[in-house]
Design a protein around this ligand. Structure first.
Ligand code: ZN
Length: 590
Protein backbone atom coordinates (compact mmCIF):
# COMPACT_ATOMS: atom_id res chain seq x y z
CA UNK A 1 0.00 0.00 0.00
CA UNK A 2 1.22 3.44 -0.88
CA UNK A 3 2.06 5.57 2.15
CA UNK A 4 0.02 8.76 2.66
CA UNK A 5 3.03 11.07 2.29
CA UNK A 6 3.81 9.76 -1.20
CA UNK A 7 0.12 9.63 -2.06
CA UNK A 8 -0.35 13.29 -1.12
CA UNK A 9 2.83 14.29 -2.92
CA UNK A 10 1.53 12.55 -6.02
CA UNK A 11 -1.70 14.51 -5.95
CA UNK A 12 -0.48 18.01 -5.14
CA UNK A 13 1.82 20.24 -7.11
CA UNK A 14 4.17 22.30 -4.96
CA UNK A 15 3.59 25.31 -7.21
CA UNK A 16 -0.12 25.30 -6.24
CA UNK A 17 0.58 24.76 -2.54
CA UNK A 18 3.20 27.50 -2.29
CA UNK A 19 1.19 29.68 -4.68
CA UNK A 20 -1.51 29.87 -2.01
CA UNK A 21 0.87 31.91 0.12
CA UNK A 22 3.33 33.50 -2.28
CA UNK A 23 2.81 35.21 -5.61
CA UNK A 24 4.88 33.20 -8.04
CA UNK A 25 6.13 34.02 -11.50
CA UNK A 26 7.39 31.49 -13.97
CA UNK A 27 11.07 31.98 -14.71
CA UNK A 28 12.52 29.38 -17.03
CA UNK A 29 12.13 25.96 -15.46
CA UNK A 30 11.40 27.36 -12.00
CA UNK A 31 8.90 29.66 -10.35
CA UNK A 32 10.08 32.62 -8.31
CA UNK A 33 8.62 34.94 -5.71
CA UNK A 34 9.36 37.09 -2.69
CA UNK A 35 10.35 34.89 0.24
CA UNK A 36 7.57 34.56 2.83
CA UNK A 37 10.12 33.88 5.56
CA UNK A 38 12.26 37.01 5.38
CA UNK A 39 11.95 40.58 4.11
CA UNK A 40 13.33 41.15 0.67
CA UNK A 41 12.78 43.38 -2.30
CA UNK A 42 13.96 41.14 -5.11
CA UNK A 43 12.80 37.54 -5.20
CA UNK A 44 15.15 34.78 -4.05
CA UNK A 45 12.47 32.22 -3.26
CA UNK A 46 12.50 29.55 -5.94
CA UNK A 47 10.01 26.75 -6.50
CA UNK A 48 10.94 23.84 -8.70
CA UNK A 49 8.16 21.85 -10.37
CA UNK A 50 10.64 19.33 -11.60
CA UNK A 51 12.09 18.60 -8.16
CA UNK A 52 8.91 19.46 -6.23
CA UNK A 53 10.84 21.51 -3.72
CA UNK A 54 11.12 25.18 -2.84
CA UNK A 55 14.11 27.02 -1.49
CA UNK A 56 15.02 30.55 -0.47
CA UNK A 57 18.52 31.47 -1.52
CA UNK A 58 18.38 34.40 0.88
CA UNK A 59 17.52 32.76 4.19
CA UNK A 60 17.86 29.08 3.33
CA UNK A 61 14.35 28.05 4.27
CA UNK A 62 12.26 25.70 2.19
CA UNK A 63 11.85 22.03 1.40
CA UNK A 64 9.00 19.90 0.11
CA UNK A 65 5.28 20.67 0.54
CA UNK A 66 5.32 19.24 4.06
CA UNK A 67 8.23 21.26 5.38
CA UNK A 68 6.88 24.36 3.63
CA UNK A 69 3.45 24.07 5.28
CA UNK A 70 5.03 23.30 8.66
CA UNK A 71 7.21 26.36 8.41
CA UNK A 72 4.67 28.84 7.10
CA UNK A 73 1.78 27.71 9.32
CA UNK A 74 3.95 27.07 12.34
CA UNK A 75 2.48 23.57 12.27
CA UNK A 76 3.72 20.20 13.45
CA UNK A 77 4.36 17.47 10.91
CA UNK A 78 1.07 15.77 11.84
CA UNK A 79 -0.85 19.02 11.37
CA UNK A 80 0.77 19.67 8.00
CA UNK A 81 -0.05 16.11 6.99
CA UNK A 82 -3.72 16.65 7.87
CA UNK A 83 -3.91 20.01 6.09
CA UNK A 84 -2.37 18.63 2.92
CA UNK A 85 -4.36 15.38 3.05
CA UNK A 86 -7.55 17.46 3.13
CA UNK A 87 -6.36 19.42 0.17
CA UNK A 88 -5.41 16.38 -1.79
CA UNK A 89 -8.61 14.55 -0.90
CA UNK A 90 -6.64 11.77 0.76
CA UNK A 91 -8.37 10.07 3.68
CA UNK A 92 -6.12 9.40 6.64
CA UNK A 93 -7.33 6.37 8.56
CA UNK A 94 -5.51 4.63 11.38
CA UNK A 95 -4.21 1.95 9.08
CA UNK A 96 -2.60 4.51 6.82
CA UNK A 97 -1.27 6.57 9.68
CA UNK A 98 0.39 3.56 11.25
CA UNK A 99 3.06 3.73 8.60
CA UNK A 100 3.76 7.42 9.15
CA UNK A 101 6.53 8.47 11.42
CA UNK A 102 4.75 10.75 13.88
CA UNK A 103 7.04 12.62 16.19
CA UNK A 104 5.55 13.42 19.55
CA UNK A 105 5.41 17.16 19.73
CA UNK A 106 5.18 19.25 22.86
CA UNK A 107 2.77 21.47 21.00
CA UNK A 108 0.17 18.72 20.67
CA UNK A 109 -0.24 18.73 24.45
CA UNK A 110 -0.69 22.52 24.49
CA UNK A 111 -3.31 22.41 21.74
CA UNK A 112 -5.14 19.64 23.59
CA UNK A 113 -5.16 21.67 26.83
CA UNK A 114 -6.50 24.76 25.06
CA UNK A 115 -9.19 22.83 23.24
CA UNK A 116 -10.39 21.22 26.47
CA UNK A 117 -10.25 24.55 28.30
CA UNK A 118 -12.25 26.30 25.57
CA UNK A 119 -14.93 23.59 25.76
CA UNK A 120 -15.00 23.88 29.52
CA UNK A 121 -15.39 27.69 29.49
CA UNK A 122 -18.08 27.38 26.84
CA UNK A 123 -20.13 24.96 28.93
CA UNK A 124 -19.73 27.23 31.96
CA UNK A 125 -21.21 30.09 29.94
CA UNK A 126 -24.20 28.18 28.60
CA UNK A 127 -24.99 25.71 31.35
CA UNK A 128 -24.50 27.53 34.65
CA UNK A 129 -26.43 30.21 36.48
CA UNK A 130 -23.39 32.47 36.83
CA UNK A 131 -22.69 31.96 33.14
CA UNK A 132 -26.24 33.07 32.40
CA UNK A 133 -25.44 36.50 33.82
CA UNK A 134 -22.42 36.79 31.55
CA UNK A 135 -24.59 35.80 28.61
CA UNK A 136 -26.92 38.67 29.50
CA UNK A 137 -23.93 41.01 29.46
CA UNK A 138 -23.00 39.78 25.97
CA UNK A 139 -26.57 40.38 24.76
CA UNK A 140 -26.39 43.91 26.13
CA UNK A 141 -23.20 44.49 24.16
CA UNK A 142 -25.19 43.51 21.08
CA UNK A 143 -24.04 39.94 20.42
CA UNK A 144 -26.41 37.22 19.29
CA UNK A 145 -26.36 33.55 20.23
CA UNK A 146 -24.95 32.38 16.88
CA UNK A 147 -21.96 34.73 17.16
CA UNK A 148 -21.27 33.77 20.76
CA UNK A 149 -21.31 30.11 19.76
CA UNK A 150 -19.38 30.44 16.53
CA UNK A 151 -16.56 32.36 18.20
CA UNK A 152 -16.59 29.94 21.17
CA UNK A 153 -16.87 32.62 23.84
CA UNK A 154 -16.86 31.26 27.36
CA UNK A 155 -16.91 31.96 31.05
CA UNK A 156 -14.25 31.20 33.65
CA UNK A 157 -16.01 30.74 37.00
CA UNK A 158 -14.88 32.39 40.22
CA UNK A 159 -13.03 29.36 41.59
CA UNK A 160 -9.45 28.27 42.07
CA UNK A 161 -9.96 24.66 41.04
CA UNK A 162 -12.64 24.56 38.37
CA UNK A 163 -10.46 23.88 35.35
CA UNK A 164 -7.06 22.46 36.19
CA UNK A 165 -8.13 19.21 37.98
CA UNK A 166 -10.08 18.25 34.87
CA UNK A 167 -7.10 18.98 32.60
CA UNK A 168 -4.76 16.97 34.83
CA UNK A 169 -7.18 14.07 34.69
CA UNK A 170 -7.17 14.31 30.88
CA UNK A 171 -3.44 13.82 30.91
CA UNK A 172 -2.26 17.42 30.52
CA UNK A 173 0.97 17.91 32.48
CA UNK A 174 1.51 20.53 35.17
CA UNK A 175 4.33 22.06 33.20
CA UNK A 176 2.01 22.66 30.24
CA UNK A 177 -0.67 24.15 32.52
CA UNK A 178 1.79 26.65 33.99
CA UNK A 179 3.48 27.57 30.72
CA UNK A 180 0.17 28.09 28.97
CA UNK A 181 -1.00 30.39 31.75
CA UNK A 182 -4.12 28.34 32.38
CA UNK A 183 -2.85 27.71 35.90
CA UNK A 184 -0.55 29.52 38.29
CA UNK A 185 1.56 28.46 41.22
CA UNK A 186 2.61 30.36 44.25
CA UNK A 187 5.55 28.17 45.04
CA UNK A 188 8.03 28.32 42.24
CA UNK A 189 9.16 24.88 41.17
CA UNK A 190 6.08 22.86 41.91
CA UNK A 191 3.65 22.76 44.75
CA UNK A 192 0.07 23.88 44.71
CA UNK A 193 -1.39 25.19 41.52
CA UNK A 194 -4.63 27.02 40.86
CA UNK A 195 -6.72 28.32 37.96
CA UNK A 196 -5.40 31.60 36.66
CA UNK A 197 -8.49 32.78 34.79
CA UNK A 198 -11.23 33.36 37.35
CA UNK A 199 -14.48 35.28 36.98
CA UNK A 200 -13.72 36.30 33.46
CA UNK A 201 -15.40 36.42 30.06
CA UNK A 202 -13.18 34.24 27.90
CA UNK A 203 -12.27 34.99 24.28
CA UNK A 204 -10.47 32.02 22.71
CA UNK A 205 -7.71 33.17 20.37
CA UNK A 206 -7.23 31.01 17.31
CA UNK A 207 -4.24 30.63 15.05
CA UNK A 208 -4.57 30.86 11.29
CA UNK A 209 -5.65 27.21 11.14
CA UNK A 210 -8.48 27.76 13.61
CA UNK A 211 -6.87 26.01 16.58
CA UNK A 212 -7.29 27.65 19.97
CA UNK A 213 -3.82 28.73 21.06
CA UNK A 214 -4.52 31.28 23.78
CA UNK A 215 -7.18 33.23 25.64
CA UNK A 216 -8.08 36.79 26.39
CA UNK A 217 -10.01 37.02 29.64
CA UNK A 218 -12.07 40.13 30.35
CA UNK A 219 -12.74 41.09 33.96
CA UNK A 220 -16.39 40.94 34.99
CA UNK A 221 -16.24 43.09 38.13
CA UNK A 222 -15.33 46.75 38.04
CA UNK A 223 -12.57 46.49 40.66
CA UNK A 224 -11.00 43.42 39.09
CA UNK A 225 -7.44 43.81 37.82
CA UNK A 226 -6.23 43.62 35.14
CA UNK A 227 -9.18 44.41 32.92
CA UNK A 228 -7.82 42.03 30.30
CA UNK A 229 -5.76 39.03 31.29
CA UNK A 230 -4.05 37.39 28.33
CA UNK A 231 -2.28 34.09 27.84
CA UNK A 232 1.49 34.35 28.04
CA UNK A 233 3.56 33.44 25.00
CA UNK A 234 4.44 29.76 24.76
CA UNK A 235 5.22 27.08 22.17
CA UNK A 236 1.87 27.51 20.42
CA UNK A 237 1.20 31.17 21.09
CA UNK A 238 3.36 33.87 19.56
CA UNK A 239 1.49 37.14 20.13
CA UNK A 240 3.36 38.99 17.45
CA UNK A 241 2.20 36.65 14.72
CA UNK A 242 -1.47 36.29 15.61
CA UNK A 243 -4.41 38.53 14.77
CA UNK A 244 -7.69 37.99 16.59
CA UNK A 245 -10.32 36.86 14.11
CA UNK A 246 -7.86 36.12 11.31
CA UNK A 247 -8.99 32.53 10.87
CA UNK A 248 -12.60 33.62 10.36
CA UNK A 249 -11.71 36.68 8.31
CA UNK A 250 -9.09 35.36 5.93
CA UNK A 251 -11.42 34.29 3.12
CA UNK A 252 -13.27 37.60 3.21
CA UNK A 253 -10.01 39.55 3.29
CA UNK A 254 -8.86 37.78 0.16
CA UNK A 255 -12.20 38.08 -1.60
CA UNK A 256 -12.75 41.74 -0.77
CA UNK A 257 -9.05 42.51 -1.18
CA UNK A 258 -9.20 44.61 1.96
CA UNK A 259 -8.59 44.20 5.69
CA UNK A 260 -9.74 46.37 8.58
CA UNK A 261 -7.54 46.46 11.68
CA UNK A 262 -9.23 47.23 14.98
CA UNK A 263 -8.19 47.20 18.62
CA UNK A 264 -10.38 44.95 20.73
CA UNK A 265 -12.41 41.75 20.79
CA UNK A 266 -15.84 43.43 20.56
CA UNK A 267 -14.56 45.60 17.69
CA UNK A 268 -14.06 42.36 15.78
CA UNK A 269 -17.19 40.51 16.90
CA UNK A 270 -19.80 43.20 16.30
CA UNK A 271 -18.68 44.05 12.75
CA UNK A 272 -18.52 40.34 11.87
CA UNK A 273 -22.04 39.84 13.16
CA UNK A 274 -23.22 42.59 10.82
CA UNK A 275 -21.42 41.30 7.76
CA UNK A 276 -18.10 43.15 7.96
CA UNK A 277 -16.21 39.90 7.97
CA UNK A 278 -12.80 41.26 6.97
CA UNK A 279 -12.10 42.73 10.42
CA UNK A 280 -9.24 41.55 12.66
CA UNK A 281 -7.69 42.90 15.88
CA UNK A 282 -4.16 43.35 17.07
CA UNK A 283 -5.29 42.67 20.68
CA UNK A 284 -3.44 45.17 22.73
CA UNK A 285 -0.11 44.97 20.97
CA UNK A 286 1.24 47.37 18.38
CA UNK A 287 1.02 45.96 14.86
CA UNK A 288 4.06 43.80 14.18
CA UNK A 289 5.95 42.89 11.01
CA UNK A 290 4.83 39.28 11.35
CA UNK A 291 1.18 40.34 11.48
CA UNK A 292 1.70 42.49 8.40
CA UNK A 293 3.21 39.50 6.57
CA UNK A 294 0.17 37.41 7.49
CA UNK A 295 -2.15 40.02 6.01
CA UNK A 296 0.01 40.95 3.05
CA UNK A 297 -0.33 37.47 1.61
CA UNK A 298 -4.04 38.21 1.15
CA UNK A 299 -4.26 41.92 0.44
CA UNK A 300 -2.28 45.13 0.29
CA UNK A 301 -5.26 47.30 1.17
CA UNK A 302 -5.02 47.86 4.89
CA UNK A 303 -7.43 50.06 6.83
CA UNK A 304 -7.11 50.94 10.49
CA UNK A 305 -10.06 51.74 12.68
CA UNK A 306 -8.61 52.23 16.11
CA UNK A 307 -10.23 54.09 18.97
CA UNK A 308 -10.83 57.77 18.35
CA UNK A 309 -8.63 58.86 21.26
CA UNK A 310 -4.97 59.86 21.33
CA UNK A 311 -3.87 56.26 22.07
CA UNK A 312 -5.80 55.07 19.04
CA UNK A 313 -4.12 57.69 16.89
CA UNK A 314 -0.67 56.65 18.13
CA UNK A 315 -1.54 53.01 17.35
CA UNK A 316 -2.42 54.04 13.79
CA UNK A 317 0.84 55.90 13.50
CA UNK A 318 2.84 52.87 14.58
CA UNK A 319 0.84 50.67 12.22
CA UNK A 320 1.56 53.13 9.40
CA UNK A 321 5.24 52.86 10.13
CA UNK A 322 5.37 49.05 10.09
CA UNK A 323 3.24 48.91 6.95
CA UNK A 324 5.31 51.52 5.13
CA UNK A 325 8.36 49.37 5.83
CA UNK A 326 6.58 46.58 3.93
CA UNK A 327 5.54 48.87 1.10
CA UNK A 328 1.87 49.04 2.10
CA UNK A 329 -0.12 52.28 2.31
CA UNK A 330 -2.36 52.54 5.35
CA UNK A 331 -5.81 54.09 5.15
CA UNK A 332 -7.54 55.17 8.27
CA UNK A 333 -11.26 55.09 8.97
CA UNK A 334 -12.59 58.12 10.76
CA UNK A 335 -15.67 57.21 12.78
CA UNK A 336 -18.40 59.81 12.49
CA UNK A 337 -21.16 60.51 14.94
CA UNK A 338 -18.82 60.77 17.92
CA UNK A 339 -18.42 57.00 18.21
CA UNK A 340 -15.46 55.78 20.19
CA UNK A 341 -14.93 52.45 18.42
CA UNK A 342 -16.34 50.34 15.55
CA UNK A 343 -18.64 48.30 17.82
CA UNK A 344 -20.09 51.51 19.22
CA UNK A 345 -20.47 52.97 15.73
CA UNK A 346 -22.41 49.97 14.42
CA UNK A 347 -24.62 49.69 17.49
CA UNK A 348 -25.49 53.39 17.34
CA UNK A 349 -25.03 54.48 13.74
CA UNK A 350 -26.11 51.24 12.11
CA UNK A 351 -24.51 49.19 9.39
CA UNK A 352 -24.90 52.00 6.82
CA UNK A 353 -23.13 54.48 9.09
CA UNK A 354 -20.10 52.25 9.51
CA UNK A 355 -20.11 51.29 5.83
CA UNK A 356 -19.99 54.93 4.79
CA UNK A 357 -17.15 55.61 7.23
CA UNK A 358 -15.20 52.75 5.66
CA UNK A 359 -16.00 54.15 2.24
CA UNK A 360 -14.67 57.55 3.29
CA UNK A 361 -11.36 56.20 4.63
CA UNK A 362 -8.45 58.48 3.98
CA UNK A 363 -4.72 57.95 3.54
CA UNK A 364 -3.35 57.92 7.04
CA UNK A 365 -0.55 60.24 6.00
CA UNK A 366 -2.92 62.91 4.67
CA UNK A 367 -4.99 62.57 7.82
CA UNK A 368 -1.86 62.92 9.93
CA UNK A 369 -0.65 66.00 8.06
CA UNK A 370 -4.07 67.64 8.44
CA UNK A 371 -3.86 67.07 12.18
CA UNK A 372 -0.39 68.62 12.30
CA UNK A 373 -1.54 71.62 10.29
CA UNK A 374 -4.14 72.24 12.93
CA UNK A 375 -1.76 72.00 15.86
CA UNK A 376 1.46 73.56 14.50
CA UNK A 377 1.60 77.22 13.53
CA UNK A 378 3.55 76.53 10.35
CA UNK A 379 3.54 80.20 9.33
CA UNK A 380 6.25 80.78 11.94
CA UNK A 381 9.78 79.39 11.62
CA UNK A 382 9.56 77.39 14.84
CA UNK A 383 6.11 76.03 13.98
CA UNK A 384 7.29 75.01 10.51
CA UNK A 385 10.39 73.27 11.93
CA UNK A 386 8.21 71.39 14.37
CA UNK A 387 5.77 70.33 11.67
CA UNK A 388 8.50 69.18 9.32
CA UNK A 389 10.26 67.34 12.13
CA UNK A 390 7.07 65.43 12.92
CA UNK A 391 5.85 64.84 9.38
CA UNK A 392 8.90 63.98 7.29
CA UNK A 393 9.97 60.77 9.05
CA UNK A 394 6.73 59.28 7.74
CA UNK A 395 7.79 59.99 4.16
CA UNK A 396 11.25 58.49 4.50
CA UNK A 397 10.40 54.82 3.96
CA UNK A 398 8.30 55.31 0.84
CA UNK A 399 9.17 54.38 -2.69
CA UNK A 400 10.46 57.41 -4.66
CA UNK A 401 7.27 57.60 -6.70
CA UNK A 402 4.95 57.62 -3.71
CA UNK A 403 7.23 60.05 -1.94
CA UNK A 404 7.02 62.48 -4.83
CA UNK A 405 3.24 62.15 -4.86
CA UNK A 406 2.77 62.81 -1.17
CA UNK A 407 5.44 65.51 -0.97
CA UNK A 408 3.65 67.48 -3.69
CA UNK A 409 0.58 67.51 -1.49
CA UNK A 410 2.56 68.61 1.58
CA UNK A 411 4.43 71.21 -0.44
CA UNK A 412 1.17 72.80 -1.56
CA UNK A 413 -0.17 72.86 1.98
CA UNK A 414 2.82 74.46 3.70
CA UNK A 415 4.37 76.40 0.84
CA UNK A 416 7.79 74.71 0.95
CA UNK A 417 9.25 73.35 -2.29
CA UNK A 418 9.38 69.59 -2.96
CA UNK A 419 13.16 69.67 -3.49
CA UNK A 420 13.77 71.33 -0.12
CA UNK A 421 11.61 68.69 1.54
CA UNK A 422 13.53 65.93 -0.23
CA UNK A 423 16.80 67.35 1.05
CA UNK A 424 15.44 67.32 4.58
CA UNK A 425 14.50 63.66 4.14
CA UNK A 426 17.98 62.66 2.95
CA UNK A 427 19.47 64.36 6.01
CA UNK A 428 17.00 62.47 8.17
CA UNK A 429 17.96 59.19 6.52
CA UNK A 430 21.67 59.85 7.08
CA UNK A 431 21.07 60.50 10.74
CA UNK A 432 19.01 57.39 11.21
CA UNK A 433 21.44 55.08 9.47
CA UNK A 434 22.28 53.29 12.63
CA UNK A 435 23.49 49.73 12.13
CA UNK A 436 20.96 48.28 14.55
CA UNK A 437 18.11 49.85 12.64
CA UNK A 438 19.19 48.81 9.21
CA UNK A 439 17.78 45.89 7.25
CA UNK A 440 15.76 44.45 10.04
CA UNK A 441 14.52 41.03 9.01
CA UNK A 442 16.64 40.88 5.89
CA UNK A 443 18.74 37.80 5.44
CA UNK A 444 22.22 38.22 6.77
CA UNK A 445 25.00 37.57 4.35
CA UNK A 446 26.38 34.69 6.36
CA UNK A 447 22.99 32.99 6.10
CA UNK A 448 23.19 32.86 2.34
CA UNK A 449 24.28 29.55 0.94
CA UNK A 450 27.43 29.92 -1.06
CA UNK A 451 28.11 27.25 -3.59
CA UNK A 452 31.65 26.70 -4.78
CA UNK A 453 32.75 25.95 -8.34
CA UNK A 454 33.04 22.20 -7.69
CA UNK A 455 29.43 21.94 -6.58
CA UNK A 456 28.05 24.10 -9.36
CA UNK A 457 30.04 22.16 -11.92
CA UNK A 458 28.89 18.77 -10.60
CA UNK A 459 25.31 19.96 -10.52
CA UNK A 460 25.47 21.24 -14.09
CA UNK A 461 26.94 17.93 -15.22
CA UNK A 462 24.27 16.09 -13.31
CA UNK A 463 21.48 17.97 -15.08
CA UNK A 464 23.07 17.77 -18.54
CA UNK A 465 25.52 14.85 -18.63
CA UNK A 466 26.39 15.60 -22.25
CA UNK A 467 28.41 18.51 -20.99
CA UNK A 468 30.96 15.96 -19.73
CA UNK A 469 32.18 15.86 -23.33
CA UNK A 470 33.40 19.42 -22.92
CA UNK A 471 35.71 18.44 -20.12
CA UNK A 472 37.33 15.34 -21.56
CA UNK A 473 40.65 14.62 -19.92
CA UNK A 474 41.14 18.12 -18.55
CA UNK A 475 39.82 17.06 -15.22
CA UNK A 476 40.28 14.02 -13.04
CA UNK A 477 38.46 12.96 -9.91
CA UNK A 478 41.64 13.84 -7.98
CA UNK A 479 41.03 17.52 -8.75
CA UNK A 480 37.95 17.46 -6.54
CA UNK A 481 37.86 17.52 -2.77
CA UNK A 482 36.26 15.14 -0.27
CA UNK A 483 33.20 13.17 -1.38
CA UNK A 484 33.06 15.14 -4.60
CA UNK A 485 35.80 12.91 -5.97
CA UNK A 486 33.37 10.00 -5.75
CA UNK A 487 30.46 12.02 -7.06
CA UNK A 488 32.45 13.02 -10.13
CA UNK A 489 33.61 9.46 -10.62
CA UNK A 490 30.09 8.12 -10.38
CA UNK A 491 28.82 10.71 -12.85
CA UNK A 492 31.55 9.81 -15.27
CA UNK A 493 31.03 6.04 -14.86
CA UNK A 494 27.29 6.42 -15.35
CA UNK A 495 27.82 8.50 -18.45
CA UNK A 496 30.34 6.10 -19.95
CA UNK A 497 28.08 3.14 -19.32
CA UNK A 498 25.08 4.94 -20.78
CA UNK A 499 23.15 5.13 -17.52
CA UNK A 500 21.56 8.54 -17.67
CA UNK A 501 19.43 8.64 -14.55
CA UNK A 502 18.17 11.96 -13.33
CA UNK A 503 16.93 10.46 -10.07
CA UNK A 504 18.68 12.41 -7.35
CA UNK A 505 17.49 10.27 -4.48
CA UNK A 506 18.84 7.16 -6.09
CA UNK A 507 22.07 8.76 -7.23
CA UNK A 508 22.91 10.24 -3.85
CA UNK A 509 21.81 7.36 -1.61
CA UNK A 510 25.38 6.27 -0.95
CA UNK A 511 26.44 9.82 -0.05
CA UNK A 512 23.91 10.38 2.73
CA UNK A 513 20.92 12.64 3.30
CA UNK A 514 22.77 15.92 3.82
CA UNK A 515 24.61 15.73 0.54
CA UNK A 516 21.52 14.55 -1.32
CA UNK A 517 19.59 17.54 0.07
CA UNK A 518 22.34 19.98 -0.81
CA UNK A 519 22.46 18.79 -4.39
CA UNK A 520 18.70 18.97 -4.70
CA UNK A 521 18.88 22.63 -3.67
CA UNK A 522 21.80 23.07 -6.06
CA UNK A 523 19.66 21.70 -8.88
CA UNK A 524 17.07 24.38 -8.19
CA UNK A 525 19.81 26.97 -7.93
CA UNK A 526 21.41 26.19 -11.26
CA UNK A 527 18.05 25.96 -13.03
CA UNK A 528 17.53 29.51 -11.82
CA UNK A 529 21.01 30.83 -12.41
CA UNK A 530 21.44 29.38 -15.88
CA UNK A 531 17.95 29.92 -17.23
CA UNK A 532 18.22 31.56 -20.61
CA UNK A 533 21.71 30.12 -21.23
CA UNK A 534 22.00 28.62 -24.68
CA UNK A 535 23.91 25.42 -25.40
CA UNK A 536 27.08 27.29 -26.27
CA UNK A 537 26.93 29.46 -23.16
CA UNK A 538 26.55 26.38 -21.01
CA UNK A 539 29.50 24.68 -22.67
CA UNK A 540 31.67 27.72 -22.03
CA UNK A 541 30.51 27.91 -18.45
CA UNK A 542 31.38 24.25 -17.86
CA UNK A 543 34.83 24.76 -19.35
CA UNK A 544 35.39 27.79 -17.19
CA UNK A 545 34.27 26.00 -14.02
CA UNK A 546 36.33 22.92 -14.86
CA UNK A 547 39.40 25.08 -15.27
CA UNK A 548 38.75 26.71 -11.90
CA UNK A 549 38.35 23.34 -10.23
CA UNK A 550 41.47 22.01 -11.92
CA UNK A 551 43.62 24.99 -10.96
CA UNK A 552 42.42 24.89 -7.40
CA UNK A 553 42.76 21.14 -7.18
CA UNK A 554 46.27 21.29 -8.53
CA UNK A 555 47.19 24.11 -6.22
CA UNK A 556 46.10 22.18 -3.20
CA UNK A 557 48.07 19.12 -4.34
CA UNK A 558 51.12 21.32 -4.89
CA UNK A 559 50.67 22.88 -1.47
CA UNK A 560 50.52 19.41 0.05
CA UNK A 561 53.68 18.36 -1.79
CA UNK A 562 55.50 21.50 -0.65
CA UNK A 563 54.70 20.66 2.91
CA UNK A 564 55.95 17.11 2.50
CA UNK A 565 59.11 18.37 0.82
CA UNK A 566 59.77 20.63 3.78
CA UNK A 567 59.33 17.74 6.17
CA UNK A 568 61.58 15.44 4.14
CA UNK A 569 64.28 18.10 4.12
CA UNK A 570 64.09 18.46 7.88
CA UNK A 571 64.38 14.72 8.35
CA UNK A 572 67.17 14.48 5.81
CA UNK A 573 65.25 11.77 3.91
CA UNK A 574 66.99 12.16 0.54
CA UNK A 575 65.25 9.35 -1.30
CA UNK A 576 61.83 10.66 -0.41
CA UNK A 577 62.90 14.23 -1.14
CA UNK A 578 63.97 13.37 -4.68
CA UNK A 579 60.77 11.51 -5.31
CA UNK A 580 58.68 14.42 -4.05
CA UNK A 581 60.60 16.99 -6.08
CA UNK A 582 60.10 14.85 -9.15
CA UNK A 583 56.37 14.71 -8.61
CA UNK A 584 56.25 18.40 -7.90
CA UNK A 585 57.97 19.29 -11.17
CA UNK A 586 55.87 16.90 -13.19
CA UNK A 587 52.75 18.47 -11.84
CA UNK A 588 53.98 21.96 -12.59
CA UNK A 589 54.69 21.02 -16.18
CA UNK A 590 51.32 19.40 -16.74
ZN1 ZN B 1 14.02 33.79 2.65
Amino acid sequence: MIDPVSEIKGKLDIVDVVGGYVQLKKMGRNYKGLCPFHSEKSPSFVVSTEKQICHCFGCNKGGDIFTFVQEIEGATFTEALKTLADRAGVKLDDKKMSGVRVTKDERDEFFKAHLLAADFYKSQLWDTEEGGKVLQYLYRRGLKDEMIKAWKLGFAPDAYDALYPMLLKEGVGKDCLLKSGLASTKKIGGGDIFDKFRLRLMFPIMNSRGQVCGFGGRALKSDQQPKYLNSPENVIYDKSSILYGFFKAKDAIKKQDKVILVEGYFDVLIPHQFGFDNVVATCGTALTEKQVKLVKRLTENVYSCFDGDEAGFEASKRAYDVLAGEGVVLKTINLNGGSKDPADRIMNGGVEGFASDVEGAKDFLLHYVDRLLKTCDYKTASGLTKLIGMALPLYAKMSPVLQEYYLKDLSLKIGVGVEALKNEISILKLNSRHPARRNKGEAKDEDRIKFDSEEVLLSLLMSSPDLLEEIGDDLSEEDFTHERKSIYKKLLDNYNSGRLSNDYTEFFTEFGDDIAKRFLILAVYIADKYQGFGELDLKLEVKYLAEKVRVRGRRSVLDGLKKEIGEAELKGDKVKLLDLLDRYQNLLLK
